[in-house]
Ligand binder design. Structure first.
Ligand SMILES: *Cc1c(COP(=O)(O)O)cnc(C)c1O
Length: 365
C-alpha cells in the first residue's frame, strides 16, 4: 500500500458507501479505461470472474472448444471448465514464453477442418511480458475466432506503445494480492464496445431485470467488486507507474549481477515490447552451467530463507487437465523444468536484492 488508498477507503466509510457498489467503483472503471486505453471496463471481484464472464459473453457452452495457452496459472483455464467446454492447450514460443503462433495455427486449422471452429483463444502475458500479439491477432482474424487477452500479470506493460489490456475482443486484469497492484481481491473485464461490458455488469450483479421486485430471466453471478475495494484500487492506480519502475529496477539488478553466469538466461524483452517485470525470471541450461540445475539454485536459496519458485507448470501436465488435447512441442515443459522466479516484490531494498543475487552467485562458485 502507498498511503493514498486510505484516503479513498476513508471516503467510502465517511459517505457510508460500503455495500457493495458505489462511486469508487464507477471512478475506478473510468480510471482503468483511461490508463489502458480500453474504452469500457467492468470492475469485478476477481480476474477469474472476468475470464468466466468473457466466455459466457462469447457464448461458450457444453461441447465447445477453447484454445488456451498451456504455460499459465490455472485460473486462465478453469473458467473453460465452468462452462462445460473443452480446453485445448497450446505450447509457448521461446522468445516471450507466451502462446506460440505456429502451434496455435495448427490447432485452429485442425478444428476448423473438422467443422468445429474453436469459440475463443485465450492468450496470456506471463510475468508481464507481452505475447507475440501481432502474429496471434492476425491468426484470430484469419480464422475468425475472438481473442481473450489474459493480462492479469501485465498491467503497466505495453506492446508497440499500446498498453496491454486493450488488445482482446475481451481483456482481463487481476488485482489479487500478489499482482503488481492490488485491491486485496479484484479484477476487471475490458472491451472496446460498451454493450458487452454493460451485459457483464448485469450478469455480475445477479442478472436482475429492470423491475420493482426481484425478476430474473437469466442465471446471474455475484462478481462485482465492492466500493471499499475499488477505493483501494484507485489509490493503487496512483502508484502503478512507480510499481512498474520498482519491478523493472529489481530485474535490472538481477540482470546486472547474474546475467553473465553460464547457462543463465533472463526472460527476454523483444523490440517494441515493454514489460512491467512483475516477476524476474530466468532459465538455467545446466549443460552450460557445469551441471548446476534450477532445483539446486532454488534449494540453495531456500537454505538462506529466500523464497523462489519454479515457473508455471504447464496446464497439459496438470492431472486435472490430463484428458485435454494439446498442440505444440516441449517449449513450456522445458521452461517449467529449467525456470525460476526470483523474489520480485516492489518493496525489496538494495540489500535484499544483493542478498538474493549473492546467494545465487554462491551456487556457481
Ligand atoms: C492471477 C491470475 C489470474 C486470476 O486472477 P484472480 O484475480 O486471482 O482471479 C488469471 N490469469 C493469470 C495469468 C493470473 O496470473
Amino acid at each position: 500500500m502507498s498511503g493514498h488508498e486510505l484516503r479513498y477507503v476513508q471516503e467510502a466509510f465517511d459517505s457510508n458507501w460500503i455495500a457493495p457498489l458505489g462511486p469508487h467503483v464507477d471512478a475506478f472503471e473510468q480510471e482503468l479505461a483511461a490508463y489502458t486505453g480500453s474504452s469500457h471496463v467492468a470492475a469485478l471481484s476477481s480476474g477469474t470472474a472476468a475470464l468466466h464472464l468473457s466466455l459466457i459473453l462469447l457464448g461458450v457452452s457444453q461441447g465447445d472448444f477453447v484454445l488456451c495457452q498451456t504455460f499459465t496459472f490455472s485460473a486462465s483455464a478453469n473458467p473453460i471448465m465452468y462452462q462445460g467446454a473443452t480446453p485445448v492447450f497450446i505450447d509457448s514460443e521461446p522468445d516471450t514464453w507466451n502462446i506460440c503462433p505456429e502451434a496455435l495455427e495448427k490447432a485452429l486449422k485442425f478444428y476448423t477442418n473438422r467443422g468445429t471452429k474453436p469459440k475463443a483463444v485465450i492468450g496470456v502475458h506471463l510475468y508481464g511480458m507481452p505475447a507475440k500479439l501481432q502474429e496471434t491477432l492476425a491468426l484470430c482474424e484469419k480464422y475468425d475466432v475472438p481473442f481473450i487477452e489474459d493480462a492479469a500479470e501485465a498491467l503497466g506493460s505495453s506492446y508497440d506503445g499500446q498498453k496491454l489490456g486493450s488488445f482482446g475482443t475481451f481483456s482481463i486484469l487481476s488485482f489479487n494480492g500478489n499482482k503488481i497492484i492490488t485491491t486485496s481481491g479484484g479484477g476487471a473485464l475490458l472491451a472496446a464496445q460498451e454493450s458487452p461490458i454493460a451485459k457483464a455488469r448485469f450478469l455480475a450483479t445477479q442478472a436482475r431485470d429492470a423491475a420493482p421486485h426481484y425478476q430474473h430471466s437469466q442465471v446471474g453471478y455475484n462478481y462485482r467488486i465492492s466500493n471499499v475495494c475499488a477505493g483501494i484500487g484507485r489509490g493503487q492506480l496512483m502508484v502503478l507507474d512507480e510499481r512498474v519502475r520498482q519491478r523493472r529496477a529489481n530485474f535490472l539488478h538481477y540482470q546486472r549481477t547474474l546475467g553473465d553466469l553460464p547457462g543463465l538466461t533472463f526472460q527476454p524483452e523483444s523490440k517494441g515490447s515493454f514489460s512491467n517485470r512483475w516477476l524476474s525470471c530466468f532459465t538455467l541450461d545446466s549443460d552450460k552451467a557445469d551441471g548446476i540445475t534450477r532445483e539446486e539454485v532454488r534449494v540453495a536459496l531456500e537454505r538462506e530463507n529466500i523464497e523462489s519458485r519454479p515457473l508455471w507448470k504447464p496446464m497439459h501436465l496438470q492431472p486435472v487437465f490430463a484428458a485435454c488435447p494439446y498442440f505444440g512441442d516441449t517449449v513450456s515443459e522445458q521452461l517449467f523444468a529449467n525456470g525460476l522466479c526470483l523474489p520480485s516484490g516492489s518493496n525489496l531494498s538494495e540489500s535484499d536484492l544483493f542478498r538474493v543475487s549473492d546467494a545465487v552467485k554462491a551456487v556457481f562458485e
